[in-house]
Design a protein around this ligand. Structure first.
Ligand SMILES: *Cc1c(COP(=O)(O)O)cnc(C)c1O
Length: 378
């Protein structure tokens, strides 16, 4: 059996060990310490935001963002439908209800037209949304100018879920810096990783400080343990923050590698009738190309489907995956209000994520494209 090619596997630089060793030699083996402080500083500088709080996961970051924005039991929160369940789960942790908004066809992210329809409709039934969670899926920036304008018009705070989009930019500005509160993930499969981890980023220092306070059990300033609010244990470990510092040092290289992999796939596969790539709509959009995705139209491929390609790759020990199943059709979210145009559903049926790790070799890439080309040569 040939060696397995993964969708997106961790890619260490080697520099991480320096910071991990420092944590050990100074005995900062705790969810606080110099690496956590430095990681937050480095991340803020990278994103050009006022401040960041390093947390145990992206999911924890969304949970705290919602609390900081005042989301409570019985509230409604608008969320992209085309995303991973982690974008919406924290809404439910709070006893609030997600309201799902479908995608536009250009970036595959939240459709601004549907977003405004949804807001108007929710206000009509007496349920003005408490926040909007917009996702930049697979690293492609959403139509953030339009979405921000709508959020502002209706005075609803915006949370940017940039879990898949660190290193992506819109109009020269980094994703993860547009919202009132922004969240990042450093899970093992993301562009850079701390094995598990996340962060909140914002130009609003008070919001970040509030999130950091909640992440360390909401302890009041007192020598005894005193609590006036319910807290969480969501802080990032000082050891893992060391991995984060080392990873952040090479992020531009990692983004460049992922973009090169995308170009490689595009060059080899775009000539195939019925295979389409999601292109950056114009030069303002820069995707980090977290995962290269293709959409297969069986009417044009002579009947070859997404599943045919996925199974052929699997036989060659190559991991590929359908696009995210939209949340409005997930069994657990079926009863939630949703504003749908079927863009995400069709992408889910016909879309496939291809191996895109920044450590993918030229030979790996060729193995993947050869396998796909072979299907279409028959
Ligand atoms: C990975 C991911 C998250 C959650 O991040 P974790 O660090 O795994 O908790 C949230 N939203 C999106 C879009 C993601 O891809």
């Amino acid at each position: 059996m040939k060696q397995k090619i993964y969708l997106s596997s961790p890619h260490m630089s080697g520099e991480e060990m320096k910071y991990i060793n420092e944590a050990f030699s100074t005995n900062w083996i705790a969810p606080l310490g110099p690496n956590v402080d430095k990681f937050e500083k480095d991340l803020s500088a990278y994103l050009s935001v006022d401040s960041c709080a390093a947390l145990s996961s992206g999911t924890a970051a969304i949970h705290l963002a919602l609390i900081v924005l005042g989301v409570r039991n019985g509230d409604e929160v608008i969320c992209s439908s085309f995303t991973f369940a982690a974008s919406a789960n924290p809404i439910v942790y709070l006893g609030a209800t997600p309201v799902f908004v479908d995608s536009e066809a250009e970036t595959w992210n939240m459709d601004p037209v549907l977003l405004e329809e949804a807001i108007i409709d929710r206000i009509k039934v007496g349920k003005k949304p408490k926040a909007i969670i917009v996702v930049h899926l697979y690293g492609m920036p959403a139509k953030i100018t339009e979405i921000k304008a709508i959020a502002l018009k209706y005075n609803i705070p915006l949370i940017e879920d940039a879990a898949e989009a660190i290193g992506s930019e819109y109009n020269g500005q980094k994703c993860g810096s547009f919202g009132d509160i922004n969240i990042l993930s450093f899970n093992g499969n993301k562009i850079i990783t701390t094995s598990g981890g996340g962060a909140i980023a914002s130009d609003n220092k008070e919001n970040v400080d509030h999130a950091r306070f909640l992440s360390t059990q909401a302890a009041d300033k007192a020598v005894h343990y005193q609590h006036s609010q319910i807290g969480y244990n969501y802080r990032l470990s000082n050891i893992l923050a060391g991995i984060g510092i080392g990873q952040l040092e090479v992020i531009e290289k990692r983004v460049a590698s992922r973009r090169k992999i995308f170009s490689g796939y595009l060059e080899t596969l775009s000539a195939i009738e019925g295979i389409k790539f999601n292109m950056e709509p114009d030069s303002k959009y820069k995707s980090n190309r977290w995962l290269t995705t293709i959409v297969i139209d069986p009417d044009l491929t002579g009947g070859t489907t997404r599943e045919d390609i996925r199974l052929a790759l699997e036989k060659e020990n190559i991991e590929s995956r359908p696009l995210w199943k939209p949340l409005h059709i997930q069994p657990v979210f079926l009863s939630c209000p949703s504003y749908i145009n079927d863009v995400s559903y069709n992408l889910f049926i016909n879309g496939l994520c291809l191996p895109s790790g920044s450590n993918l070799t030229e030979a790996d890439l060729k193995r993947v494209t050869d396998c796909i080309l072979k299907i279409f040569k028959k």
